[in-house]
Each structure stands twice: as structure tokens, then as C-alpha cells.
Design a binder for this molecule. Sequence first.
Ligand SMILES: NC(=O)C1=CN([C@@H]2O[C@H](COP(=O)(O)OP(=O)(O)OC[C@H]3O[C@@H](n4cnc5c(N)ncnc54)[C@H](OP(=O)(O)O)[C@@H]3O)[C@@H](O)[C@H]2O)C=CC1
Ligand SMILES: O=C(O)C1=N[C@H](C(=O)O)C[C@H](O)C1
Length: 264
Amino acid sequence: MTTCQIGILGAMGRMGQAIAATISATEGATIGGAADRPTHDMVGKPYPFADVTLGGSIEDLFRSSDVVIDFTPPGSTAHHAGIAAQTGKPLIVGTTGLKAADHAALDDAAASTVIVQAGNFSLGVNLLTALTQKAASILGDDWDIEILEMHHRNKVDAPSGTAEMLGEAAASGRQVNLEDVACRSREGIIGARPSGEIGFATLRGGSVIGEHEVVFASDSERITLSHRAENRGLFAGGAVRAAVWAQGKPAGRYTMLDVLGLDL
Ligand SMILES: NC(=O)C1=CN([C@@H]2O[C@H](COP(=O)(O)OP(=O)(O)OC[C@H]3O[C@@H](n4cnc5c(N)ncnc54)[C@H](OP(=O)(O)O)[C@@H]3O)[C@@H](O)[C@H]2O)C=CC1
Ligand SMILES: O=C(O)C1=N[C@H](C(=O)O)C[C@H](O)C1
């Protein structure tokens, strides 16, 4: 069995550390390299979670790896996608808060390599998106859809990538474009809720790993679909599974649903 050498980008972060622990416990996978922000204090020193030196060069990380997993803050994804395209090595993107330009760069890179991108790599959340789409396709506009999320105080983007995935699933179930019906924040005298709106609410506090609820509310009953992450290992496990899956796949843009073989 050949070993998949996985490079970790954002290796000193919360997710980087969880990914290192997962790779170390995964048969058939090893850490091909670890890199973080070039100005990070630890660059050039031994990476505490594997027998490699922490690097600051993304190009070097791609060179030493078969596949790279990227969980870095928003802002660098388009750059990372460009290097994946140049090297032809698969890139697994967990970063959230992506903008249209990031998605365009990922689409471009997917012409020459494998890109797997997901706002959430857990099995439970990906199943929740399927359930959300199904419920939204059955329930009419007299059911209001609201998506609630809570995360730790250090999260920098809102709504979460998962909330956006759930919003996309609800909109697709209703056969509408999310951007035409989304309301991502409310304040002041906002008037009555428009029919067909898909609303979002963001909570931040403490060390919450990730909690999401999709509420379907009618005049006489309410359905709530929810997911709670108990640790970061579930995201890391999904990302490492995606990295191993990506090896040898044809160039293209994929999601965790492709990796899991779930057909929405
Ligand atoms: N899709 C999914 O399933 C999940 C996605 N996420 C997403 O992953 C991302 C990271 O989350 P988390 O690990 O909690 O964040 P952290 O801030 O803990 O970790 C990010 C790491 O990346 C480093 N970094 C910053 N800029 C760069 C760069 N240009 N190149 C390389 N490394 C860099 C940071 O260094 P420094 O702190 O010094 O700047 C830090 O060590 C977020 O967007 C989050 O929403 C998180 C969990 C699950
Ligand atoms: O930043 C986080 O921590 C998380 N981010 C992802 C998101 O934005 O949905 C996934 C998970 O909920 C944790």
C-alpha cells in the first residue's frame, strides 16, 4: 500500500494541530510537511506534532507532499489555489469566509488539479445539508427558514461556512438563488419578515467548537434540524479522508459529498 504524504497548511492552528493528530493515527497517511504563516515564531523549528521542521513556504510544502490540506484564515485561498494549479497537486480547502474571487480561483485551479472544498468536513453536517434540502423542497413558503450558528470567540468570519452550506441547501430545495432571498443580519425597525426569506443568526462566545440549527417555522408547528460538533477531530477526519480520496482522481472541483458518495 502506498503512503499518502499530506502537507498541512496552517499547521500551528487549532485545525492544523487536529489534522496532524489525525494523520498520525491514520494508516496509509503520513505528514509530508507542515507550514504556517512565514512570520510565525515557530518557522524553522521542529514541528511539535510530527518529525518535520515547520516551514513558511507554501511552494516547499507542495513540493514535499502528495496532497495539501489548507485550514488557514480567509484571505490567502486564491494564492494557495494558484500554487496547487502550478504543481498539479490536489488541494483540500477547509478555510471559510471565502469570497466570489476565491471561488473563481478554485474553479480555475480545478481545470488542472483536484480541489476539494467544503465549509464543513464532518459526516453529520453533510448529512444535515441533505436533510435540509429535502425538508425545504417539501415545505412551502408558508414555512420560514432560519439558520442559527454558534462558535468560539476567536472565529473571524460570519455567518459560518457551514451556515452558508445549509443556506445553499435550503435555497436549492426551494429552487431559488440564495443571494436573492438571504438575510444575513437584522437590526432596528426592519418590518415584517418577507415570505420566502432565508435568515441567518450568528452567536459567538467561549470555546464552542461549532453548533448549527435549521429552523422551519409555520403558523402552527416548527421543525428544528441541528448538529453539534463535540471536538475538532471530526473535521480533521473528514479532511484527511478527502486527501486520501483525492489522490489519482481526475482534475475537478469536488465537495465532501463527493468524497462521502452522498448524492443530494
Ligand atoms: N471546513 C471545515 O470543516 C472547518 C473549517 N474551519 C476553518 O478553518 C480555518 C482555520 O480555523 P482554525 O484552525 O480554527 O484557525 P486558527 O487561527 O487556529 O489557525 C490558522 C493557522 O493558520 C496560520 N496562518 C495565517 N495565515 C497564514 C498563511 N497565509 N499561510 C499559512 N498559515 C497561515 C495562523 O497563524 P497566525 O495565528 O499566527 O496568524 C494559524 O496558525 C477557518 O477559516 C475556519 O473557519 C475550521 C474548522 C472546520
Ligand atoms: O471556525 C471554526 O471553528 C469552524 N468553522 C467552520 C464553519 O465556518 O462552519 C466549521 C466548524 O463549524 C468550525
